[in-house]
Structures are given as structure tokens and as C-alpha cells.
Design a protein around this ligand. Structure first.
Ligand SMILES: NC(=O)c1ccc[n+]([C@@H]2O[C@H](COP(=O)([O-])OP(=O)(O)OC[C@H]3O[C@@H](n4cnc5c(N)ncnc54)[C@H](OP(=O)(O)O)[C@@H]3O)[C@@H](O)[C@H]2O)c1
Length: 284
């Protein structure tokens, strides 16, 4: 087994590198500098000249608001590049894995979304991710497209690090309580992807930490944990002028994956606990 990881310096890529090191699995970690996945020719040559058994794409355009004014680059990275990788993997007989988002749904429900629900993306970012899903699933049958939500990991910035940054120099924070999904620990996403890969299944899957939270709930949980003494105030999305529209409810139902792998995905609170232990240790 030999795995190519793209976007390896990002939150999820970093966790795959750790997981594969722990499991003694051979991998090649690449990020933009080593393998720009938007360059089809370079992707083709890179994959053809190696003997990868798996290609795991962790690279993405994740600036949800920025995408509204940068549509071409967003579609290139989130829709076209995964297809380049999938086609190159197919030619070399390697299994392909890529990631999508809970934002492919419009949020007009209160029931967690299953893989059978019909997407209706609201933003440029979400439309690009949906197009990436379709392109990959149509071009290569040995692909896994895994939707996740509100990812946080050790590498890079995420909502947890933002909240801790704001809290360090403010006595009052306003956080929205009208967007619901599930914060997901990148380590759990990498681990459950790994379990799924061992089951030789392909297609579309949802993996997010269990439970439902608003951004307010996530911030509150984290700030209570660190003993912040400021005031947390509930806010509504319309109070913040953001370029991209987000779904009000985008909790993913991950039971299909749990049934296949025979293991329950931990709660988002457990994810934050484990993330904070490791993250705070690295800050010292
Ligand atoms: N973050 C979330 O809340 C969230 C939510 C739902 C789904 N997802 C999906 O989950 C997956 C993993 O996300 P993540 O949060 O781990 O992403 P991330 O932390 O933003 O990491 C992405 C990595 O890809 C690199 N990259 C950018 N352009 C590239 C290119 N052309 N070629 C190769 N590498 C490139 C980035 O480098 P630079 O940093 O230098 O650009 C970064 O190191 C993605 O598919 C994402 O869309 C994420």
C-alpha cells in the first residue's frame, strides 16, 4: 500500500500523515509546492510515475466568502482538480478519495441529511464542491466522495482557533446561534475514512462528529473549557454581512458509514476535548 496525500499541510492532510505514520503505512505527502493539483499535466505525470495504491485529496478552496469574487479559481480547485486526480488515479488503478461539504444542502429541513438527499448549494463555494462530487463520481467508479462539516484540526486556522483568538483580547463576543451542523475533528475524519477504505466500498458518504451544534454552542463549549470570563452573546446571521449564504441547518447523518465500519463516530464535544489537549500542548 502506498498513498499519495495532496493538500498535506492542511488540517485533514496533516491528520492523515500522522495516522499513516502511526500505522506504518507508506505515503507521499504533497502540498501546493510539490504538487499543484490544478495543473492537469503535472498531476498526470506525478501519478503515472509512482505506484500509488490510493490517492487522497485533502486540497481545497475553502474561503467560502472569498469564493463569491473568485469563482474561477474556486471551481478550478474544487471541481476540476478532483476530476484530474480521479482520472489519473483511474489510469493507474489507484483508489481515489476526495472531500465535500455539508454546504451542498440548502438547510430547509430540521432532519440530518443522508447521502440520498438532494443537494441544493447556495454559494459559489458550495456549487463548486457539488460539481466536484458529480465529476468524480461520474468519471471513476473506485472513488469515495466524503462530505464533512465545520472541520477543525491541529494544522492551520479554524473556528476554534478564531474563537480563542477573539477571546484573548475581548470581554464580549457575539456568535450566531442560527446555523446548525456538527463541528468535526479532522483526526476523526481521517480515522473513519481509513476504516471505510478497508471495507472496499465506493461512492458518496457522510462523516461528521455526532451531535448537533450551533456556532454559539461550539464557542460556548470551548470557552467554558478554557475558563474564559467574558460574556458570550447570542447573535443572528443577518447581523453579520458575509458575502456567501450559508445553510441554516446542515447536519449530516453519518449512520451509513457507522453501519459499514461497525463503529460510532465520537461526539463533537469529545472532538473538541481531544483537539484542545493536543493544540494547547503545541502552543507551549
Ligand atoms: N474546513 C472546513 O470547515 C471544511 C468543511 C467542510 C468540508 N471541508 C473539506 O474537507 C477537506 C479538507 O479541508 P481542510 O480544512 O483540511 O483544508 P485546508 O486546511 O484548507 O487545507 C487545504 C490544503 O490544500 C493546499 N492547497 C491549496 N491549493 C492547492 C493546490 N492547487 N494544490 C495542492 N494543494 C493546494 C492548501 O495550501 P494553502 O494553505 O497554501 O492554500 C492547504 O495546505 C476539503 O475538501 C474541504 O473542502 C472542509
Amino acid at each position: 500500500m502506498k498513498v499519495l496525500i495532496t493538500g498535506a499541510k492542511g488540517q485533514l492532510g496533516f491528520e492523515f500523515c500522522k495516522l499513516f505514520t502511526e500505522k506504518n503505512i507508506a505515503y507521499v505527502a504533497t502540498d501546493y509546492a510539490e504538487l499543484d493539483i490544478t495543473n492537469k499535466q503535472i498531476v498526470d505525470v506525478f501519478i503515472a510515475s509512482n505506484d500509488f495504491t490510493h490517492v487522497i485529496n485533502c486540497a481545497a478552496y475553502n474561503d467560502v466568502d472569498g469564493a463569491e469574487k473568485d469563482s474561477d479559481n474556486c471551481f478550478l480547485l474544487n471541481a476540476l482538480a478532483p476530476e484530474y486526480l480521479a482520472m489519473a488515479a483511474k489510469r493507474n488503478g489507484a483508489i481515489f478519495v476526495t472531500y465535500s461539504t455539508d454546504f451542498v444542502f440548502d438547510g430547509n429541513t430540521t432532519t440530518p441529511y443522508t447521502e440520498k438527499d438532494i443537494p441544493n448549494p447556495l454559494s459559489t463555494y458550495a456549487k463548486s464542491k457539488r460539481q466536484g462530487e458529480v465529476r468524480v463520481l461520474e468519471c471513476y467508479e473506485k472513488s469515495l466522495v466524503i462530505r464533512t462539516s465545520w472541520l477543525f484540526g491541529i494544522a492551520g486556522k479554524n473556528f476554534n482557533t478564531q474563537v480563542l483568538g477573539w477571546a484573548s483580547n475581548k470581554t464580549e463576543l457575539k456568535i450566531v446561534d442560527d446555523q446548525l451542523s456538527a463541528p468535526t475533528y479532522a483526526r476523526d475524519l481521517a480515522y473513519f475514512t481509513w476504516l471505510l477504505l478497508q471495507k472496499n466500498v465506493y461512492g458518496l458518504y457522510h462523516i461528521s462528529n455526532s451531535g448537533i451544534a450551533s456556532k454559539f454552542d461550539q464557542a460556548q463549549y470551548l470557552l467554558q473549557k478554557v475558563g474564559w470570563e467574558g460574556t458570550l452573546v447570542r447573535a443572528k446571521s443577518h447581523e453579520f454581512k458575509l458575502a456567501a449564504q450559508r445553510p441554516a441547518f446542515s447536519k449530516l447523518d453519518s449512520s451509513k458509514v457507522e453501519n459499514i465500519v461497525g463503529e460510532k463516530i465520537p461526539s463533537w464535544q469529545s472532538g473538541i476535548d481531544r483537539w484542545y489537549d493536543e493544540w494547547s500542548h503545541l502552543q507551549r
